[in-house]
Design a protein around this ligand. Structure first.
Ligand code: DGY
Length: 418
């Protein structure tokens, strides 16, 4: 094991709060949904028991209706806004009421495969499979109630890519008035130039207030939503998760097979409708404005992670263009887009988790000439700048929070064979 792999493990151990791993101290002091899924895969490279615990602790936050909230507030902390009082949900443990990209079933399958103790793996998967299945049924019922395959997110935070230029058009329609006082904590931890803007936050919190007024009821939220977006990233991650769930269903839930199959067909068909030949990448779709998202982003490569290989060669060419212009792969926004900003969170910076999923996708599609540089850049960025939250795609500098759990987890996944 290398010193850097040891350092990556030390980050996970240091961010362990007892059964869950915070993304980074202070800036994100709770359990985040998709962070924990990646982190569980990282733990599984050296401590399968701890990987299962990460998943089990996240599932303690699952609601009766099947949703898995984007934040679970297991223990109080005053270094983050908006905390549990702003969300005002009724769940115990306290949680937010929105969700995040459903990486969990894919992570669980990987932990299952990696666990050297087969009896434990079987027992743990048998216990969690029904929760994963309930969560995927929730996605279909709550976010695609009309069965179009265009599964919606209702808040930019649900994409995990909060201030992506892909949301600019749809967010411009969202009022920026709030009754909740906005007390930014994030900009006390990292430079404001790396974070969403004040107006973004006013709109983020406005949406929270709208859904709180809906009592967090899924159907009311969907029908009332002032922001309703078919996010190509979330849809691709869900499609991949459904395929992973289907692979597990033979052994752990045969009765779910038909339902999963129907959902996969619907989702795969909808993803294909989001291909944009001109941009050479998939685009999200604004379901209220009935128009493609204005900006091409790294989420548009994620259908490869979901097994959609039809346009893989064109996507490899697109990626080469973006990387040549920026310097490193994969900038979170097309560097030629007017909304691109190299340092501002999801408007340009490189994120290790997106790189990892893209690298896996390009490799599985037989596009080694795209997978190799993505993986090499990810390693080089981490080795050069540390386990940063994200990286400037032009200079390679680290940005955002430091000692970041999912960056450490991805490093462990990328280097597990060396
Ligand atoms: C944040 O607070 O920045 C998160 O991305 C929201 O989940």
């Amino acid at each position: 094991m290398t010193d850097r792999q040891e350092a990556a493990r030390a980050i996970l151990r240091g961010n362990d709060r007892g059964g869950y791993t915070v993304p980074t101290a202070r800036l994100y002091p709770f359990q985040w949904n998709w962070d924990s899924a990646f982190v569980a895969m990282g733990w599984a490279t050296f401590d399968a028991e701890r990987a299962w615990a990460e998943i089990g602790t996240l599932l303690r936050g699952q609601w009766e209706d099947g949703r898995i909230p984007h934040i679970v507030f297991h223990a109080p902390a005053d270094t983050y806004f908006p905390g549990p009082a702003v969300w005002g949900t009724a769940h115990t443990p306290r949680s937010s009421g929105i969700v995040q990209p459903p990486v969990l079933a894919s992570a669980a399958r990987r932990v299952f495969t990696a666990d050297p103790d087969r009896a434990r793996a079987e027992a743990r998967m048998a216990a969690i499979f029904p929760h994963l299945a309930a969560n995927h049924r929730w996605w279909a019922a709550a976010r695609d109630p009309d069965g179009t395959g265009l599964v919606a997110i209702l808040h930019p935070w649900e994409s995990g890519m909060d201030n992506s230029p892909a949301w600019d058009g749809a967010m411009a329609r969202v009022p920026d008035a709030t009754t909740t006082p906005i007390v930014r904590r994030d900009t006390g931890h990292v430079a404001a130039a790396m974070r969403p803007r004040e107006q973004d936050y006013r709109r983020f919190i406005h949406l929270v207030e709208v859904y709180r007024t809906c009592g967090w009821e899924a159907e009311r939220m969907y029908r009332t939503a002032p922001f309703r977006m078919a996010d190509i990233g979330t849809m691709a991650i869900l499609l991949r998760a459904e395929r992973d769930l289907l692979a597990l269903a033979d052994r752990f839930g045969a009765a779910e097979r038909d339902g999963i199959g129907v959902r996969i067909a619907r989702l795969a068909d909808a993803v294909e409708r989001m291909w944009d030949g001109g941009r050479g990448v998939y685009l999200s779709r604004d379901l209220i404005g009935a128009a493609p998202a204005p900006a091409a982003t790294s989420a548009g490569f994620l259908p490869l992670w979901a097994g959609c290989y039809e346009h893989a060669a064109e996507m490899a060419a697109t990626l080469a263009r973006w990387s040549a212009r920026a310097g490193f792969a994969v900038p979170s926004t097309d560097p030629a887009d007017p909304g691109f900003e190299a340092l501002r969170y999801w408007r340009g910076p490189i994120w290790a988790v997106v790189n990892w999923m893209s690298g896996e996708g390009f490799a599985a599609a037989g596009q080694g000439k795209a997978a190799d540089p993505v993986r090499a850049d990810t390693r080089a960025l981490i080795e050069g700048a540390g386990f940063a939250e994200y990286f400037d795609p032009v200079t390679g500098a680290g940005a955002g929070g430091a000692s970041f759990s999912w960056t450490a987890a991805i490093y462990l996944l990328l280097t597990r064979d060396s």
